[in-house]
Design a binder for this molecule. Structure first.
Ligand SMILES: [Zn+2]
Length: 438
């Protein structure tokens, strides 16, 4: 079972009774947005940094506009503003503008502006601001303190709704009131937590993934196939962005901050594409279980020193990036019915995956692992991935598995498929260039 969020739209049955209240809350959301936007720009002018939503909340929670909405609804406005600034920063398009003010101008027939008004912004209620009456299809949405001052005013807006037939609104997490300018009506969006049944595993095959530096990922399959992902785009970005950032006049300035954000967005995009590709390959091959090397092996190499991308293309990739990659992998694999387990990477790079001989002085030469016992040379990262797939550190690992070495072919260990990534076509196999003989 997997938890997901679903959004259901609903029309408002008692629209004429609640429209005024919703209007006032929509205008309050616009005012708060504008105040917070103005404040963000001021901070930005002074410090070169855009405040995040927590900083905005600390600054504005005593501001009168904050009381126009339920406190959680006000918080959501600030989160949306911070998100808008973030996506502007990380946008690829230099012509994009920072988030604007929410104002609507009205003109007379000579084109002169007659007045200005706040538009009706979307208002979001989170759990503390919602009482849901599932029996009667009604929600009570808490008003902002400003809008319940009148002694006879209710504390909440009571909305009667109607969803599409067959939709049951359960496990309600958020309610969003959205104004439809064409219909000139409000509608509700319900965000619900749902559990979906994950599909059966694609098969009984297994895979092992080794995350590393010279290759971002190596995958070994029980079907005697292996894939390598050199992470070419990560490396190109690792050369490009630090240079661009170094060229900025002010390292904490807007341009530099924007470059940092853009770099991180591109990395996230790369991770999503890579995970998608690996999971698709697993489904094709009938893989039901993936072992992925735990991060100890990435953060610290055998000498105990932190691995550093600095000398290899200055790639600013740390433990958190691998954490991020693994969490995306866990999610996308689960959706495909595949389990993911993190296993120890200890000794996986200095143990032969065929005969299990451990060689402390093992030298990896030009990406090759050479075993004296087997008299064979494998791709070093594929060897590591295969050891992770076999989970050689598992305590109950019986020696019987090692006797396979005479039956198994080993050619695939030396000749992985190599996938390079480009932005237009995604991952494409590269012509075989790996020299498999030492
Ligand atoms: Zn061997």
């Amino acid at each position: 079972m997997l938890e997901v969020h679903c959004t259901y739209r609903a029309i408002i049955r008692n629209h004429s009774q609640v429209a005024d209240s919703l209007d006032r809350h929509g205008w309050s959301a616009s005012k708060l947005w504008n105040v917070a936007n103005y404040h963000s720009r001021e901070v930005w002018e002074e410090t070169g940094k855009i405040p995040d939503h927590e900083e905005l909340k600390d600054e504005l929670k005593s501001h009168p506009t904050y009381k126009g909405l339920h406190s959680q609804s006000s918080q959501r406005v600030l989160e949306e503003l911070a998100e808008a600034f973030n996506s502007w920063y990380s946008s690829d398009d230099d012509r994009d503008n920072p988030p604007g003010y929410r104002k609507e101008n009205y003109y007379d027939d000579q084109g002169r502006r007659v007045h200005e008004e706040h538009p009706r912004s979307t208002v979001t209620w989170k759990q503390n601001g919602i009482r849901h009456d599932t029996k009667n299809n009604r929600v009570r949405l808490s008003k902002g303190a400003d809008h319940k001052e009148h002694p006879k005013a209710w504390e909440y807006i009571l909305v009667e709704y109607e969803t599409r037939p067959g939709v049951t609104v359960e496990n309600l997490q958020q309610v969003r009131a959205v104004y439809d300018n064409l219909k000139e009506r409000w509608e509700l969006h319900f965000i619900c937590k749902d559990k979906i049944k994950t599909p059966d595993a694609p098969g009984n095959e297994t895979a092992g993934i080794d995350l590393g530096i010279s290759n971002f990922a190596a995958v070994a399959y029980s079907t005697e196939e292996a894939d390598l992902y050199p992470g070419n785009r990560l490396k190109q970005d690792g050369y490009y962005f630090p240079k661009e950032i170094a060229n900025c006049d002010d390292s904490g300035g807007n341009t530099a901050t924007r470059l940092h954000h853009k770099w991180s967005e591109r990395r996230t995009h790369f991770f999503h594409s890579l995970v998608k590709h690996i999971v698709e390959r697993c489904v094709e091959k009938g893989v039901g279980h993936i072992n992925v090397g735990d991060l100890e092996g990435v953060r610290d190499d055998e000498t105990g020193e932190a691995k550093n991308w600095g000398t290899h293309g200055n790639l600013d990739l740390h433990g958190w990036a691998f954490d991020r990659f693994i969490s995306i992998l866990e999610y996308k694999a689960t959706v495909a019915g595949i389990t993911v387990v993190e296993v120890s990477e200890r000794d996986t790079s200095k143990t032969c995956c065929v005969c299990e001989k451990k060689d402390e002085s093992q030298r990896v030469d030009r990406g090759l692992y050479v075993c004296e016992d087997c008299d064979a040379a494998f791709n070093a990262d594929v060897n590591g991935a295969e050891n992770i797939r076999l989970n050689i550190n598992k305590e109950s690992n019986s020696k019987s598995s090692t006797n396979l070495c005479e039956d198994r072919s080993t050619g695939w260990l030396a000749q992985p498929e190599v996938y390079l990534h480009d932005l237009s076509s995604g991952f494409q196999p590269q012509e075989q260039v790996v020299d498999c003989k030492p």
